[in-house]
Design a protein around this ligand. Structure first.
Ligand SMILES: C[S@@+](CC[C@H](N)C(=O)[O-])C[C@H]1O[C@@H](n2cnc3c(N)ncnc32)[C@H](O)[C@@H]1O
Length: 197
């Protein structure tokens, strides 16, 4: 995933900060948050998504395969004793930890086996917990300028695919379109899927 190591230092553009702020705000509306919630951000990158939750949860753990992205995340986390990161490839390795809320934004289209990942996340969820996944709805492959080089494995997902992940993980799911991104004259919808037991 060297693309993200190269991209890390310029990742937090003003456009991305504002876009992720909006996405996080719409996501928060659909979730049960409290000062008791331990949150895991899968593929946290520089933390643009999870840092938006800090005022409403107890702790944030960000995990990512990219050391470069985590370096930026860790710099932002300085001064917070309730934010930490772990450098791990969660598709290959396991994490013996449990959380009340697991979030992930724009990561599942980079995974070899998204369905297997959801089942793994389900096993890391405390009783009554929630998993919130944000990603692209099915697109024509034009969202990323150089998909292969950028580690893109899926051109978004249909509701049926997301529902089938939920079935295999024995979870319930509620899916909604939460944003539409305009890029090069095209529109790309993003979904939020909230999974519960
Ligand atoms: C498009 S970025 C999104 C970053 C962040 N979630 C955001 O929305 O700004 C995808 C991130 O997922 C990470 N990633 C991809 N596959 C992963 C895996 N198997 N385990 C952990 N992180 C992964 C990448 O390194 C990258 O930081």
């Amino acid at each position: 995933m060297s693309h993200f190591n190269h991209a890390a230092n310029t990742w937090d553009s003003e456009e991305k900060i504002s876009m992720m702020g909006e996405l996080a705000s719409k996501t928060r509306e659909k979730l049960a948050l409290s000062s008791k919630v331990d949150l895991l951000d899968v593929g946290c990158g520089t933390g643009l998504f999870s840092f938006e939750f800090i005022d409403q949860v107890k702790s944030i753990t960000g995990i990512d395969t990219s050391e470069g992205m985590l370096e930026v995340f860790n710099n932002k986390a300085k001064g917070f004793d309730n934010i930490k990161s772990i450098n791990i490839d969660l598709e290959r390795d396991g994490l013996e930890m449990k959380f009340d809320l697991i979030i992930s934004s724009m990561v599942f289209h980079h995974l070899d086996q998204p369905q297997k990942m959801l089942s793994k996340l389900a096993s890391m969820l405390n009783e009554g917990g929630q998993i919130a996944i944000v990603d692209l709805e099915t697109e024509d492959g034009s969202f990323h300028p150089r998909p292969k080089e950028m580690g893109v494995k899926h051109f978004g997902f249909s509701n049926e695919e997301v529902e089938s992940w939920a079935d295999s993980a024995k979870l319930k799911v509620s899916i909604s379109t939460i944003s539409t991104r305009e890029k090069n004259g095209k529109s790309y919808a993003q979904f939020l899927a909230v999974f519960t037991r």
